[in-house]
Write a protein that binds this ligand. Structure first.
Ligand code: DGJ
Length: 344
C-alpha cells in the first residue's frame, strides 16, 4: 500500500485501539480502600453516609448512612456528656457494583423541614440506618435510631420503599418491646427471620428483638444481652453457623476498645471474646466505632468491617474506616491497613 494511504489508516487503527483500551474493562481502574482518607463518590464529592449499613440486592450494593451536613455545634445545656450535633439531614443512599466506586442515589429518607413535632424533623436525631429486603411483602425496610436533640426519646423508626434506593416512606417510631432503642442494627438470618439489635436501658444493656414476618415491628420475642456492660454500635455477622456481635463501649463520639461476642443462637447466650482489632491503634478501634459487617457477595469467608472515625467538632468530615475481617477458627480478626483491595 502506498505510504500516503498507510499513514492515516494506521493512525485511525491506533486511535480506535487506544479508545477501546481506555473505555473497556481491560485497564479498568483497580479499586483501593483507603481507610480514613476522604472518600469521593464517582462525581468527586465526599460520600456522606455515616453510621451506615449495606444492602446487597440483585448484583448491586447500596450504602445507606446518616447525612451530616453543615455546621456542628455542642448542645450547651447538656453538661453530663459532649453532645455535639448537626441538623438531621436524613438518610443517604449510594450504589456500587464493586464496593470502591459509589454513585449518589440521592436522599433515601428525607428529613421533615417544616413540622417540628415530626420524629424526622431536622432538629431531631436520625442515626444508624439499616435496610433489609422482605421477600414476602416485596418491600425494602429501613430501621433508624430516632431521637430528640438530648437523646432522651430513644426510639426506633421504620420506613419502607418498593425500590432499594428509595424514596422511603416514614411510618413512625416506637420503643421496641416497650424499651429504649438507641444505637441499632438489623440482621437478616439465612432462614429469612430478621432481628433488631439495639442499645437499651439507657445504653446499659443490649436487646435482640425478633421482628414480625413483615419486618415492621418487634414480634414480642426478645433477649437482653451484655447486661449492664454498656455496649453500643452493634454490627452482626454469621459465620460457620455462629453469630458474632461486634460493638463499642459508650463514650459518646470518642473512641474506645471494640469487643466481639459469639453465640451459637441469635438470641444468645453470647460469650465475649475480647477486642478483634489488631495492629496500629487497634486498642482504640483505629480511632473509630463499628457500624456494620459486610459479607462480600460471591466470596466465601470474605468480610469487610465498617467503622466511623467521628470528627466530633466537624461531624460532616467524619471518615470511613473499612478493613478486611477474617476468622481464624472462632476468632474474629481485623487488622489495620493504610490501603488495601479485595483482589489481593
Ligand atoms: C455514640 C453513638 O454510637 C453514635 O451513633 C452517636 O449516637 C453518638 N454516640 C452521639 O454522641
Amino acid at each position: 500500500m502506498n505510504s500516503r494511504f498507510l499513514k492515516p489508516v494506521m493512525l485511525s487503527i491506533a486511535l480506535i485501539l487506544t479508545s477501546f483500551f481506555f473505555s473497556s474493562s481491560i485497564i479498568k481502574e483497580n479499586g483501593l480502600f483507603k481507610p480514613g482518607q476522604v472518600w469521593n463518590d464517582i462525581e468527586g464529592i465526599p460520600v456522606n453516609a455515616h453510621g451506615g449499613g449495606i444492602l446487597y440486592d440483585k448484583g448491586t450494593y447500596y450504602w445507606f448512612g446518616e447525612i451530616k451536613k453543615g455546621k456542628t455545634w455542642r448542645v450547651e445545656y447538656i453538661t453530663s456528656w459532649e453532645c455535639y450535633r448537626t441538623n438531621a439531614g436524613g438518610v443517604s443512599c449510594y450504589s456500587s457494583k464493586d464496593l470502591y466506586h459509589w454513585k449518589n442515589e440521592g436522599v433515601a429518607l428525607a428529613p421533615n423541614a417544616t413540622d417540628s413535632a415530626s420524629d424526622i424533623h431536622s432538629s431531631k436525631v436520625i442515626e444508624r440506618p439499616k435496610v433489609i429486603y422482605n421477600e414476602k411483602t416485596k418491600k425494602y425496610v429501613m430501621w433508624v435510631h430516632i431521637d430528640s436533640e438530648d437523646y432522651s426519646f430513644a426510639r426506633a423508626g421504620v420506613a419502607t420503599s418498593d425500590k432499594p434506593h428509595g424514596p422511603y416512606t416514614y411510618m413512625g417510631s416506637f420503643k421496641p418491646n416497650g424499651q429504649m432503642s438507641r444505637d441499632q442494627t438489623l440482621f437478616k438470618d439465612t432462614d429469612g427471620k430478621a432481628y433488631q439489635f439495639c442499645s437499651s436501658e439507657n445504653n446499659a444493656t443490649m436487646y435482640v428483638n425478633e421482628l414480625t414476618d413483615d419486618y415492621l415491628k418487634p414480634s414480642g420475642k426478645f433477649k437482653r444481652i451484655f447486661i449492664g456492660l454498656s455496649r453500643e454500635a452493634p454490627a452482626v455477622v454469621k459465620h460457620n453457623q455462629k453469630y458474632y456481635v461486634l460493638s463499642s463501649g459508650c463514650t459518646g463520639w470518642d473512641p474506645n476498645p471494640a469487643a466481639v461476642a459469639v453465640s451459637s443462637s441469635i438470641m444468645g447466650d453470647y460469650q465475649l471474646l475480647g477486642n478483634p482489632c489488631l495492629g496500629k491503634d487497634g486498642d482504640k478501634t483505629y480511632f473509630a466505632q463499628s457500624t456494620y459487617i459486610l459479607p462480600v457477595a460471591g466470596k466465601e469467608n470474605s468480610y469487610i468491617a465498617l467503622f466511623d472515625r467521628w470528627n466530633k467538632t466537624n461531624l460532616e468530615d467524619s471518615r470511613y474506616i473499612w478493613l478486611p475481617m477474617r476468622f481464624e477458627k472462632e476468632k474474629m480478626i481485623i487488622d489495620w491497613k493504610d490501603e488495601w483491595s479485595l483482589e489481593k
